[in-house]
Write a protein that binds this ligand. Structure first.
Ligand SMILES: Nc1ncnc2c1ncn2[C@@H]1O[C@H](COP(=O)(O)OP(=O)(O)OP(=O)(O)O)[C@@H](O)[C@H]1O
Ligand SMILES: O=P(O)(O)OC[C@H]1O[C@](O)(CO)[C@@H](O)[C@@H]1O
Ligand SMILES: [Mg+2]
Length: 522
């Protein structure tokens, strides 16, 4: 473990015009707290298996801060400026303008008297001093990966937040995802241009998969004189953002790299939930309702609805719990089987005999092992390297039809795949507010000189989270938690689990692993 130092290899800031010199402990009359964090005694750099540094600060009673990088970690003597927010009339009502620089957010909030204080993250919010002169700042925004409700709201709120809170007027939109840095046009984003984009689905910037050529992206950032890069995207995008940050650090550029996590599947760890998730669950209700109406209008009606979730079944689980019309929910985390006692076919037959109709919700990543056994196909991947999944909805519909044919039982099965209808809607009211907070937290962090981080709520408080924390693993439904039990008790479906197996399941250590909303954690 090396002692953390802020003066690693660098070339000086190439971009900003100094107005106030960096804090000097001997001469500065009013040291800013944020500058003290740059001194060499408050943390340690841990080398990760990938060779990337991690800033870990340890405190009493098992307190651990997993801190995020700061520009002054690798650029010495950076100028600082007073935060213009303090002169902003809209914010004059706020009693405490700035967050305390020592504020951190606990990852685990349910603890026992003697348990260690555990992991914390730096609290998001405006700082008293900032590391960019608003007049000089040139920011850019890019959206990558699949569509998700709320993308336009985040874009809007970054542009308007930079403009209204910090007076930053130069914001560039990079078109078409990462490849847009070097292969596409850019557009100037002003509050006027983005004024009503939150009412539209999709992303006004366009998006793509693949095309992450780090050197070309960073060349483009450097050539355009960009100081703040806001990157909106899922797990792949955040990995890409981390690589961009490392390259920027290597080149010694004064550029803050900020990730805003986007994943409709809610498969990003640590944060309470991802934007667009609520909207997706709400929109999924329409498909489930339609499926239910069809099913109950026909003799032995079976509705099958496929919902998003490649590796995590959160949308399917929450849409099922919200709807109450679903008789069976199948997700990737809970293996199931079709034939024999306790299997899916037996359960369908039972439900049809009891109720005359039934609705099955299946997440796109569920049952992939069964599919592999019955359909032999080449493994294919998309441009980002994500495995392309077979259509489990079509497959299961076919298998159910075949099964009841052999049982000489007439069923009426209707299959609905609302994926792209759900992804394309604008975000709902609560996601819109959430997107605003994400954008503001991102802006405050970048202006305060933090970099190489993702922003998001942890137990209801927005925090700055190092990239590695959210890219190392995926958030999954924990089927031994109470939420899944709640689902089983609401649908009455079989658990497909050997009771012995569930008793032996190890306890998960991620507080949020099973619950996407902070307010419903037990
Ligand atoms: N390990 C990686 N290193 C660098 N760039 C990556 C990496 N993984 C993915 N990317 C880049 O990130 C972008 C988005 O990745 P991807 O298509 O996997 O979507 P995502 O961000 O995970 O969103 P979604 O939730 O829609 O899957 C792509 O341009 C891809 O090239
Ligand atoms: O068709 P596309 O754009 O590659 O995206 C499909 C994937 O994107 C997601 O909606 C996540 O963004 C997945 O649930 C789905 O598998
Ligand atoms: Mg992804």
């Amino acid at each position: 473990m090396d002692t953390y130092s802020n003066s690693t290899t660098t070339s000086a800031s190439r971009l900003a015009t100094p107005k106030v010199r960096c804090f000097d402990p001997d001469t500065s009359p009013s040291p800013t707290a944020d500058h003290r964090r740059c001194s060499s005694d408050n943390g340690h750099v841990h080398s990760s298996p990938t060779g990337l540094d991690r800033k870990i600060v340890e405190g009493p009673a098992g307190y651990v801060l997993e801190d995020v990088p700061h520009l002054c970690d690798y650029i010495p003597q950076l100028p600082i400026y007073p935060n213009p927010l303090q002169d902003n009339p809209s914010y004059s009502v706020v009693k405490q303008y700035f967050v305390n620089m020592d504020d951190t957010v606990a990852q685990k909030i349910v603890i026992q008297k003697d348990s260690p204080r555990g992991t914390h993250f730096r609290r998001a919010g405006p700082r008293q001093k900032v590391y960019f002169d608003a007049d000089d700042v040139h920011a850019c925004i890019v959206t990558c990966g699949g569509l998700c409700p709320g993308l336009n709201t985040v874009i809007r709120e970054i542009v308007c937040g930079l403009h209204h809170m910090y007076g930053v007027s130069r914001v560039l939109g990079i078109e078409g995802g990462y490849r847009g840095f070097y292969a596409r046009n850019t557009i100037m984003l002003t509050p006027k241009v983005v004024n009503d984009i939150h009412k539209r689905g999709g992303t006004i910037l366009g998006t793509s998969r693949g095309g992450h050529i780090t050197s070309k992206i960073v060349d483009s950032i450097e050539d355009r004189g960009i100081h703040q890069v806001y990157i909106i995207g899922g797990d792949g995008t955040q990995k890409g953002a981390s690589v961009i940050f490392e390259e920027i650090k290597k080149r010694g550029l004064k550029v803050a790299v900020v990730g805003i996590p986007k994943t409709i599947d809610n498969d990003i760890l640590v944060i309470d939930k991802s934007f667009g998730f609520d909207t997706a669950v709400e929109e999924a209700q329409r498909a489930i309702n339609a499926s239910h109406v069809e099913a109950e209008s026909h003799e032995n009606g079976v509705g099958v609805v496929k919902l998003m979730g490649r590796y995590s079944g959160f949308i399917a689980m929450h849409a099922t719990l919200a709807s109450r019309d679903v008789d069976c929910c199948l997700i990737p985390e809970s293996p199931f089987y079709l034939e024999g006692p306790g299997g899916l076919f037996e359960y369908i037959e039972k439900r049809l005999k009891e109720n005359g109709h039934m609705v099955i919700v299946i997440a796109e990543g569920a049952g992939q092992e069964l599919l592999k056994e019955s359909i032999r196909t080449m493994d294919q991947a998309d441009a980002s390297g994500n495995k392309l999944l077979q259509d489990v909805g079509l497959w299961i519909s076919q298998r159910i039809k075949e099964h009841f044919k052999t049982r000489r039982m007439t069923i009426n099965l209707k299959y609905i795949d609302p994926t792209y209808m759900i992804r394309a809607v604008p975000s709902n009211a609560s996601d819109n507010v959430y997107c605003t907070l994400l954008a503001h937290s991102a802006i405050h962090g970048a202006m305060a000189g933090y970099t190489g981080f993702t922003v998001g709520p942890v137990n209801g408080r927005h925090a700055y989270i190092p990239f590695y924390r959210i890219t190392e693993n995926q958030n999954k439904v924990v089927i031994t938690d109470r939420m899944w039990a709640r689902l089983l008790s609401s649908t009455n479906q079989p658990s497909f689990l050997d009771p012995k197996q569930s008793a032996e399941e190890p306890e998960h250590d991620e507080v949020h692993a099973a619950e996407p909303t902070g307010d419903i954690i037990e």
